[in-house]
Design a protein around this ligand. Structure first.
Ligand SMILES: [Zn+2]
Ligand SMILES: [Zn+2]
Length: 353
């Protein structure tokens, strides 16, 4: 008689544990990836110089890699669709981080996370059993305790366990033993599943975290397309950027001619020249804000210093720019000889200052 009861009890505890683990495993997987996303994003922010500052810092690296690659289509994307260009750049970096040599890091992270979760579950089993035993709790009581001890680490809804809560599990000590033993192969299975998971699936989540840290205002200077460096997306006050560019970068040309304007907006706003908006209205550069719209919301201070970067860019992609904008570097838009002598190495060195 006694043997029969204990036998039934054993079967019932085993199926109880089987069911519990069946429900627990997807919760473990979900938790692993949630933690992994934060671990990778955090590690990239400390170890990749591109991502350990604000967006202006990242932009320096972007300009550097654009110059290194010399790909005009990429420059075009960066100039005219900067937001999506930055997103793509971040995504490519995450993919590279997650593959090749860095995947070793992912494996290490996975081991650490799995170890933590396993310890959490084991201690939840231990604590729940201790309390349940003292109180003489039912299966339902043990499950309440178990879910309570897991809740800070694992997203594991108690309501998923309704179907087993009425089972007669009285021998909580035996339950603890079976559960602890069954946990090891279950965790191994989860680990294998996770190792097989294509890392691409977590790239968008990592991207979201990194992008939040690298957010900011995306407004571009109406003359030269330089991006506002304010770190607040909907900031108050004027848009501004420390360095503007020759206006030809944005296709500016002299009215009714096909001659590019190669002046930088910071020197234009100090000049007595005029510019024309929408082919009809003329405004003095000195009072550029009167042109309204984006012109009114930018603070462009007169300054004669310029960076070599965009001078080199205009020289290097001269014919591509002429073709794309349908304008010419001629007459007032002639490229000065000095500009053509700027080397790519000088430009790269200047960016590293
Ligand atoms: Zn500008
Ligand atoms: Zn701004």
């Amino acid at each position: 008689m006694n043997f029969k009861i204990s036998c039934q009890g054993a079967i019932s505890i085993t199926s109880f544990v089987d069911f519990l683990l069946l429900k627990l495993m997807p919760a473990i997987s979900d938790t692993i990836w949630k933690i992994m996303v934060h671990k990778v994003a955090g590690d990239m922010r400390t170890t990749c110089p591109e991502f350990n500052g604000n967006r202006a810092n990242l932009e320096k690296y972007i300009l550097y890699s654009l110059a290194e690659e010399e790909n005009f289509d990429k420059y075009w994307q960066y100039l005219h669709h900067p937001e999506s260009f930055f997103r793509q750049y971040i995504r490519d970096h995450i993919r590279r981080y997650c593959s090749e040599k860095e995947s070793e890091k992912i494996k290490t992270f996975l081991k650490i996370i799995l170890g933590d979760i396993k310890n959490t579950i084991l201690s939840a089993i231990h604590m729940s059993t201790k309390v349940a035993k003292a109180k003489g709790s039912t299966a339902s009581g043990w499950l309440d305790l178990f879910c309570y001890h897991l809740q800070c680490k694992l997203i594991f809804p108690r309501r998923d366990l309704i179907s087993i809560e009425h089972q007669e599990v009285m021998d909580t000590e035996f339950l603890k033993e079976v559960m602890s033993k069954a946990l090891y192969p279950a965790m191994r299975e989860v680990e294998e599943d996770c190792s097989r998971k294509p890392i691409d699936e977590i790239v968008p989540d990592i991207e979201k975290i990194l992008s939040e840290h690298l957010c900011g205002c995306w407004k571009q200077c109406p003359f030269c397309k330089a991006i506002c460096t304010n770190t607040i997306p909907q900031h108050e006050g004027d848009h501004s950027v420390p360095f503007h560019r020759p206006q030809a970068v944005n296709g500016w040309h002299r009215h009714k001619t096909d001659h590019f304007v190669i002046d930088c907006c910071t020197s234009s706003v100090a000049s007595d020249r005029f510019f024309i908006v929408h082919d009809l209205q003329e405004f003095p550069y000195k009072k550029y804000r009167e042109a309204g719209g984006d012109f009114a919301t930018w603070s462009i201070t007169p300054d004669s210093s310029t960076q070599p970067y965009w001078k080199w860019f205009l020289c290097h992609f001269r014919s591509k720019l002429e073709k794309k904008y349908g304008k010419k570097f001629t007459k007032i838009g002639s490229i000065p000889d000095l500009w053509t002598k700027i080397t790519k190495q000088e430009v790269l060195n200047d960016l590293q200052k």
